[in-house]
Design a binder for this molecule. Structure first.
Ligand code: F0G
Length: 366
């Protein structure tokens, strides 16, 4: 019997050595790659979803937090800080607890989902709600880490990218080679940067700068086209300039992504695209994932599927292409959207009395 040991131990030979000295882990990674026949049918491709909500704190952030926190622990850090739209703060709080560190989180006031807020509080983080958006929070967090003995664990920290690249390794390990297309949501643009790094390394094109895995042993024969999707109200890369962000997908409500240039490099080097999807398209994709694929995600997580469906409608998905879409965070983080009807009304539960005839009636059974 083999229990998954977390991404650092599983992929130690492909990570920089300083990450393996003092491992802080919650056994993250090893998430399911789920075939999605409904999406395959709709797109004419062969579609899989990488279900990152199955990580210990319910999002992909845990992959980067095990590495960032392990590096911080090896350096003897006592305090970490992050700016967050919610998931990073939930993850940082959990891993800091595990490492015995103090965790400060800066979140945009009123703009993070209740589940994520609860996680940060439950794990004992020093939660500060900032009068500003994510981009403002990140500016302050960076300055704090420069001026005080505090480690920054946002994805501008290269250790975060090292951990998150393991998701690409897992996809290749599961499929036997890289897919043709990899689609995912883009917010601060750390994740698209990390996947592209992972795919390149597994194809023997690049190596981890400082790692023992300096030998470019190829596992994959190729790399996928990276398709990134921003929310239309928070699409600075698509528009070509920073924006004042607004979207129901609060996780990606970001107007000036820190890894902007790296995201453009991933797009251009891979022959991919970065496009915008509307909130309505995001919510429609959220419904398809819940009601037809069987995977419950938070709205931002549906942006990749929304983008894939939009491109399919425009005839831009090659027939038979193998497509992996990362769904980044769990639906229970921000469950309110499931209780809305497509036209914006409230879902009203059917009430019945506690007898079998009423229940059978309500179900329309004869
Ligand atoms: N999906 C979810 C659920 C997220 O929480 C995020 C980012 C993204 C997608 C976008 O990933 O930033 O690497 O491009 N959330 C960050 C946070 C910003 O603070 O939790 P990205």
């Amino acid at each position: 019997a083999h229990q998954w040991r977390g991404v650092i131990t599983e992929y130690a030979d492909r990570l920089p050595a300083h990450l393996t000295e003092k491992i802080v882990t919650l056994a993250e990674g090893g998430t399911p790659l789920v075939a999605a026949p409904v999406l395959s049918e709709r797109t004419g491709a062969e579609v899989f979803v990488k279900v990152e909500g199955m990580n210990p704190t319910g999002s992909f952030k845990d992959r980067g937090m095990t590495t960032a926190m392990s590096a911080a622990a090896a350096r003897g850090a006592k305090v970490v800080v992050c700016a967050s739209t919610g998931n990073t703060s939930a993850s940082a709080a959990a891993y800091a607890t595990r490492a015995g560190m103090v965790c400060a989180v800066l979140v945009p006031d009123g703009k993070i989902a209740m589940g994520k807020l609860s996680q940060a509080v439950a794990h004992g983080a020093r939660l500060l709600q900032v009068d500003g958006n994510f981009d403002d929070c990140l500016v302050v967090a960076r300055k704090l880490a420069e001026a005080y003995p505090v480690e920054l664990v946002n994805s501008v920290n290269p250790d975060r990218i090292e951990g998150q690249k393991t998701a690409a390794f897992e996809v290749v390990d599961a499929l036997g080679d890289a897919p043709d297309i990899h689609a995912l949501p883009v917010g601060n643009a750390g994740n698209i940067t990390a996947y592209w790094k992972g795919y390149r390394e597994y194809a023997g094109i690049a190596t981890s700068e400082s790692g023992p895995g300096a030998a470019p042993v190829a596992v994959a024969t190729r790399t996928p086209a990276m398709w990134g999707f921003q929310a239309a109200g928070a699409a600075p890369i698509v528009k070509g300039h920073p924006v004042d962000p607004e979207t129901i997908a609060t996780a990606i409500r970001i107007g000036n992504p820190a890894s902007w240039a790296q995201a453009e490099a991933a797009r251009d080097e891979s022959g991919g695209v970065i496009e915008a999807v509307t909130d309505d398209e995001i919510l429609a994709a959220h419904r398809v994932l819940s009601a037809e694929v069987g995977v419950f995600v938070e709205p931002a997580s549906a942006a990749g599927v929304a983008g894939l469906l939009s491109r399919a409608e425009r005839g831009l998905v090659p027939a038979g292409a193998r497509v992996v879409v990362t769904v980044t965070g769990h639906g229970l983080k921000d469950p309110q959207w499931a209780l809305r009807t497509p036209d914006g009304g409230d879902v009203v539960p059917t009430r019945v009395s506690a007898d079998v005839v009423s229940v059978a009636d309500a179900l329309g059974l004869e």
